[in-house]
Design a protein around this ligand. Sequence first.
Ligand SMILES: *Cc1c(COP(=O)(O)O)cnc(C)c1O
Length: 397
Amino acid sequence: MDHDEPDLGFATRAIHHGYDPTGFSNALQSPVFLTSTYGFPSVEANDAAAALGGKLYGREHNPTTEMLEQRLASLEGAEAGLAVATGMAAVGALMLSLLSQGDELIVHKTLYVNTIAMVEEALPRFGIKVVSVDLSDPANLDAAITDRTRLVYFETPVNPLSGILDIAAISARAHARGVKVAVDSTFASPALQRPIEHGADIVLHSLTKYINGHGDALGGALLGDAETLHKLHETGLRYITGATLSPLASFLILRGLKTLTLRMERHSAAALAIARMLDGHPAVAWVSYPFLESHPGHAVARKQMSNGSGMLAFGLRAGYEGARTMMNRLRLVTRAVSLGDAHSLICHPASLTRARQSIRKNAHLAEGVGEDLIRLSVGLEEPEDLMADLRQAMAVL
Ligand SMILES: *Cc1c(COP(=O)(O)O)cnc(C)c1O
């Protein structure tokens, strides 16, 4: 069988794409190439590899990582991919490769907390102007775009509120003015949402989350057209960040990917059941989950996502203090940052921000994130057990 047949379905490609076992003793699992460099039979062959972008050195080339890149590109419907050390390494490689002094970047007003630090504190130091816009109305983009705008960057679903932004509408407006669009699709994974199919140019993932899915590796990826990805590889990875993914992490992430389709179905079904339970609970003030009919982005979510994913946010009537009390009473759900794991993980951004201010004075909650917001990453445990744990934790409120 040709493992790279383009008309194979998503779940099949998540298991097979990019690996041909015949070259490797028919080993079922792809090999891990733990090597920092590559030997050459002659100095001419060494020159040729350097000139043609062949395998020369482990910072830029590794067969295991290339397998992961090909598989991710196939799953996102992209021409090419680049895997790097973390999701933030992907943000860094993207922005520092595509933006220069005098350029302007448009971002949605709410972003992952370290992406906020990047666009508020790092990029302005290099003369890059960052314009923060509420993209929940795509029409707001028109007035923000100037002839210096190089990139529009947003997440959907948005971390941590699970807000939904319309990829097709934003991309159409950006493209009408000749501006590229990059989407951080970490909260959905390619099993539920493929931004390129809706008009985006570049997709970013924290592989640490759903794509690996087992909480045992960090990674990041960028997917898009071959020309842009070549630039991100040849500058962003090679000499701007040098943030290479470990081949062992590539292997773990390839292994995690094999069950992505199944995991996302289960995460989504459990999260919807829990969102409904919370919605009807007397201690709960509000719930935000894209596949709840009450979510303001519900119609757009239905259009661009095949399921709701495992991320939801909610607030208690007892607010900030109520969130702390409830979280301390949880026995099964783990108090932790990160998301997309088999374990259910819960965090309270307002508490984390107060703690962070002791090390980074400018740390602040993202726009639109209240002191009461609790973010829950619904894992793969029995949904009934998770609901029982949440109910007993809220019983004292
Ligand atoms: C976690 C996360 C990142 C950063 O990824 P790391 O792998 O932790 O560096 C970026 N974007 C979103 C939406 C995330 O949740």
